[in-house]
Write a protein that binds this ligand. Structure first.
Ligand code: FAD
Length: 376
């Protein structure tokens, strides 16, 4: 690594890589620093792989805007570069008469956000599409789909390298100091500790985003940046059930949008996967508790009656970096330049939970604007 960079990005998850691919150009020194041995070993490979439409999030929020824009950008990108994906469509179900009002409210929310092609289906219309699913009515979201997150990240890695950007693995950022016109960044890598200067520093550190902000001297309690870990487990459904459902199937989301409800996704091999569950945890542990099988079975059997208890096997888990504690109202993504904290050119991305995979290309575009404001 040279001792001077124009732009340094901390974290090689999908958001850091999309951002690096967007801001790299032959004339700038751009670095991505990643503490793990390769890219995408954390949140970006432990998710549902769903291309969300942008239905759930409060109108005008970054989550809503970036998700709706990211949805379109992602399909274009996948089409142009042959990244594995499928536009499966999705149903959000009302299971009781009382839920029909909630479904209509959610439809209004999604339409105000600009999610494409949403409409309500009657029981008959829903059954025509998905005869093996139970429900009284459903929102049809034709622009929801799935993508291979790993293939998407590989695409961004290739773009970064093509444009002359460099990705350093096994390189952990351990210190950030304000210097004239930029930042002195201390890193630890195999051969020891060293530091270098960068004009712009972008924090895409996922679960460690709050700690990285703290390294730069931000009081994270006062800024409202402290992250709370929220684990989501997945169970797979026996492959003997493959083909019984063709779309993504979701119940209505739980109150306060802690998640979007234990749902059914279909992976690119046609396997059905249930999850993610919601459990706040104190530490990062990706094991799936086999005893949670009953909870999964109970949460889906009302709308997926063909699923039997013995069909379910532990699959994997991911951890969401949430800005809100249990019971608190949903918080928006933080994506901001910290000039007003005396740290111009330090750009924080914190609380990038779902729909961060979908939103990644749109977040990258937004961050590129913040970078231009600094570098001109
Ligand atoms: C259970 C679950 C399900 C989800 N489902 C969906 C979905 O279906 N659709 C969707 O759109 N989104 C979904 N998401 C959200 C999506 O996965 C994330 O928003 C996205 O992957 C975040 O990417 P990231 O690059 O910000 O973070 P990460 O992928 O977590 O990357 C951060 C990187 O920073 C590195 N890092 C941290 N600290 C340092 C340091 N000090 N020095 C160097 N490197 C460091 C880490 O090692 C890591 O590689 C889901 C998330 C979860 C957890």
């Amino acid at each position: 690594m040279s001792h001077e960079a124009d732009i340094t990005i901390i974290g090689a998850g999908v958001v850091g890589l999309a951002t690096a691919a967007r801001v790299a150009d032959g004339d700038r020194e751009v670095y991505v620093l990643e503490k793990n041995e390769t890219f995408g070993m954390e949140g970006s490979s432990r998710n549902s792989g769903v291309i969300h439409a942008g239905i759930y999030y409060p109108e005008g929020s970054l989550k809503a805007r970036m998700c709706v824009a990211g949805n379109r950008m992602l399909y274009e990108l996948c089409g142009a570069y042959g990244i594995a994906h499928k536009r499966l469509g999705k149903l959000i179900l009302a299971l009781t008469e009382e839920e029909i009002g909630d479904l209509e409210r959610l439809l209004g929310q999604g339409q105000r956000n600009g999610a494409e092609g949403l409409r309500i289906l009657s029981t008959r219309e829903m059954k025509e599409l998905e005869p093996n699913v139970e429900g009284l009515a459903a929102i049809l979201s034709p622009s929801s789909g799935i993508v291979d997150p790993y293939a998407l990240m590989r695409h961004f890695v290739a773009r970064v390298q093509e444009k002359g950007g460099r990705i350093a693995y096994r390189t952990e950022v351990v210190g950030i100091e304000k210097a004239a016109g930029g930042y002195r960044v201390a890193v630890e890598e195999g051969s020891g500790r060293f530091s270098f200067f960068t004009r712009v520093l972008i924090n895409c550190a996922g679960l460690q985003g709050d700690r990285v902000a703290e390294l730069a001297g931000i009081d994270i309690a006062q800024a409202g940046y402290r992250l709370h870990y929220c684990k989501g487990e997945y169970f797979s459904v026996s492959t003997s059930r493959n083909g019984l459902v063709s779309m993504l199937i979701y119940p209505l989301p739980p109150p306060r949008l802690t998640g979007v409800g234990t749902h059914l996704t279909i992976d690119l091999d046609g396997r059905m996967i249930l999850g993610p569950s919601i459990q706040y945890v104190d530490s990062i542990d990706y094991t799936v508790d086999p005893q949670h099988r009953q909870l999964f079975y109970d949460s889906v059997r009302r709308f997926l009656p063909f699923v039997q208890y013995d069909d379910l096997e532990p699959e994997m888990a991911g951890i969401r970096p949430k800005l809100q504690k249990p019971g608190e109202d949903v918080r928006d993504f933080v994506v901001r330049d910290e000039s007003d904290r005396g740290l111009p050119g330090f750009i924080n991305l914190i609380g990038i939970e779902s729909p961060g995979l979908t939103a990644a290309p749109a977040i990258a575009e937004y961050v590129a604007g913040l970078v231009e404001d600094q570098l001109g």
